[in-house]
Design a protein around this ligand. Structure first.
Ligand code: ADP
Length: 435
């Protein structure tokens, strides 16, 4: 990975193992280990491009770094150099697995090499495509044949994600449903025809979750530990959080929760549209999130108007995310699209019933309580319609479940027994690597 400033600070023991020149920059390869493993980690150190404050992709104002084309083209050249054993590391991979647009160009640059690793390109979110101008393309001195409709040109721009999709030997996404959805105009972000064309090499593998970090039996961040065997203890978490947020400490009030970026993608406006219904039904809602200012203010206003029912924390807070996941009865995730999604899996591990829209990874990991094909294995509530009515119907379904303790408990326990391990996902990747 690029030697971003924060990575370098955390990896001070990394040692230089090679030095190469790329695009007129002197680039050092630093060697370290992935934390708590023996797996080598190579950091591509080019201070002029990566050693800067802010996040890897955007500056402190939240705008893309103006030199992102150069930053990630250089990174791709470094990948290619390692992949072809040209980087003095005396090692060549069998498979190069690239993630997201930042690495897409590496697949294109390897295309014509005779002795090269096989390439896999994984799309985590198709909305982010790495689009740059013709001027950027020229400045990168890429071969002119890449500038074509069949290659990386996209509507007069250079598309890094297209480079990955067109040239990788295999393309994956982070859930099987998202892999199908992105071949349709609704979800394809302008690339559905291209993805349909490449359907033969496209598949989806769901992400796993960190089962140590998200384990209600051992989680130190929550008030009271519990498992499927002593699920009653979950209620201590509910009471504790209701008190912390100044809501009525009432086990009979169904507690809904949200931990999310506040963005249109996540269907947050749909949640805002059912606030009155939540209040009218004496339910409670706790929201933890940050993002679009308009949504933040709308939740703050709702919490002010209905302090007994609605509570909000604007910000990013991992400890609180754990406490909410442990405390709530239901977790709301009405996403418009969701490549994989993690919270619906965390909540199932915590016996918190997810209420999700049937899209992407949500459709693949939650079984609706009305699903007649899986009568013994319901794990949540799944609705179809991307509208207030859709979420409202799911909310009513949740209230019915809550009023039926034996079915409610069965669904909680079903969720807790699901296998969302990385082991399962890793086996699927190994199968793919073998093809
Ligand atoms: P996305 O990557 O699209 O934001 P995911 O569900 O795949 O959505 O992953 C989001 C991750 O970030 C989850 O682990 C979620 O718990 C966490 N998260 C999102 N917002 C917050 C927040 N405000 N505080 C703490 N954790 C958050």
């Amino acid at each position: 990975m690029p030697a971003y400033q924060q990575v370098k600070q955390q990896q001070q023991q990394a040692t230089p193992v090679a030095s190469i020149e790329i695009m007129q920059h002197k680039v050092t390869i630093l060697e370290s280990r992935l934390p708590e493993t023996a797996i080598p980690l190579w950091l591509i150190d080019c201070p002029a491009l990566y050693d800067r404050a802010g996040n890897p992709y955007v500056n402190e104002m939240g705008h893309s770094w103006p030199d992102n084309a150069e930053r990630f083209a250089l990174f791709c050249h470094a990948i290619v150099s390692i992949a072809l054993d040209n980087a003095q590391l005396e090692w060549q991979p069998d498979i190069l697995h690239c993630n997201d647009w930042h690495t897409g160009l590496a697949c294109a640059l390897l295309e014509n090499e005779t002795v090269r690793p096989k390439t896999i390109f994984t799309i985590h979110n198709l909305a982010y495509q790495g689009l740059f101008s013709r001027e950027d393309f020229l400045a990168l001195k890429l071969p002119e044949y890449l500038w074509s409709f069949e290659s990386i040109e996209y509507n007069g721009q250079m598309s890094f994600i297209k480079a990955g999709i067109v040239y990788a030997d295999r393309v994956t996404t982070v859930s099987p449903t998202y892999a199908r959805e992105i071949q349709t105009p609704q979800y394809g972000a302008g690339l559905h025809e291209l993805l349909k064309y490449h359907a033969g090499k496209l598949s989806g593998i769901i992400n796993g979750v960190n089962e140590e970090e998200w384990n209600p039996a051992a989680d130190k961040k929550i008030a009271s530990n519990y498992s499927a065997n002593n699920i009653e203890n979950k209620q201590n978490n509910k009471l504790s959080l209701q008190k912390e947020f100044g809501l009525a400490a009432d086990l009979q009030a169904p507690l809904f929760s949200v931990v999310s970026r506040l963005a249109e993608q996540k269907g947050i406006d749909l949640i805002l549209s059912i606030i009155n219904e939540i209040v009218d039904n004496q339910a409670q809602l706790i929201i933890l999130g940050a993002g679009e200012k308009q949504m933040e203010s709308a939740f703050l206003a709702a919490a002010k108007m209905y302090p007994n029912n609605i509570a909000v924390n604007i910000g990013y807070n991992e400890k609180l995310a754990h406490k909410i996941t442990a405390a709530a009865d239901f977790f709301l995730m009405p996403s418009r699209y969701e490549p994989c999604g993690l919270n619906q899996m965390y909540s199932q591990r915590y016996g918190t019933i997810p209420v999700v829209r049937r899209t992407g990874g949500l459709a693949d990991t939650v079984i609706d309580s009305n699903d007649k094909d899986h009568t013994d294995n319901h794990t949540g509530i799944v609705f179809d319609e991307d509208s207030r009515e859709g979420l409202s119907g799911a909310f009513k379904q949740a209230l019915v479940l809550f009023s039926n303790p034996s079915i409610f408990k069965k669904i909680m326990i079903n969720g807790m027994q699901q296998d969302f391990s990385w082991k399962k996902s890793a086996l699927a990747y190994i199968d793919l690597y073998k093809t």
